[in-house]
Design a protein around this ligand. Structure first.
Ligand SMILES: [Ca+2]
Length: 186
């Protein structure tokens, strides 16, 4: 009588697996459905891979940063914030369906012309571009406000495409950003 071995796939046994890596097609249980990247901007000067525009990250006193000592400043000369860019293939072996960019914003003027931008580039060619305006949500200046901007990738992605997420301040007034969280959903 033959015995059949059943390998229970524990949902938590995702890391440190040294097997061949070939799994059955029904590996949905263990598939990661989201990738989350957080950045409190406290270590930006150390140059974190995939993050750019470190010159926008400053030590804050007045107002205080939302967390720790550092936050990102945008204004008339620094229209684009600290910038996250990643190639699709470096995230995961499949294309994300959507991304949510959330965090905290402090505006010094009511209803600033301030938006979160999600762009997709094919090498140097712009493939897709979306803006999520936050002007209506930022009614009250002088305080930290939580925000969340969702983007769906409705045009097909390729592994070599680069996804970029950045805040764009066209108000010419100071608007600060801190404690950013980026969540790719699959
Ligand atoms: Ca901070």
């Amino acid at each position: 009588m033959k015995k059949f071995l059943f390998f229970a796939v524990a949902a938590i046994a995702m890391s440190a697996c040294s097997n061949s890596g070939s799994k059955t097609q029904s590996s949905g249980q263990t598939d990661q459905k989201e990738i989350t990247i957080t950045n409190d901007l406290e270590n930006a000067k150390g140059v974190i891979p995939s993050w750019y525009n470190e010159n926008t990250v400053i030590a804050m006193k007045e107002p205080q940063a939302h967390s720790g000592e550092y936050a990102c400043i945008t204004n008339d000369t620094l229209q684009y914030s600290y910038f996250y860019k990643v190639l699709v293939k470096n995230l995961k072996g499949e294309n994300p369906k959507s991304v949510v960019y959330s965090g905290w914003v402090y505006t010094t003027v009511a209803n600033p012309n301030f938006a979160i931008i999600c762009n997709v580039n094919n090498d140097t060619i712009r493939y897709d571009w979306k803006a999520y305006p936050l002007d209506k949500e930022l009614k009250e200046p002088g305080k930290w406000v939580e925000f969340s901007a969702s983007f769906f990738f409705d045009k097909p992605l390729q592994p070599n495409y680069e996804i970029g997420l950045v805040a764009w301040n066209q108000s010419k007034k100071n608007v600060f950003l801190d404690d950013v969280k980026i969540t790719f959903a699959y």
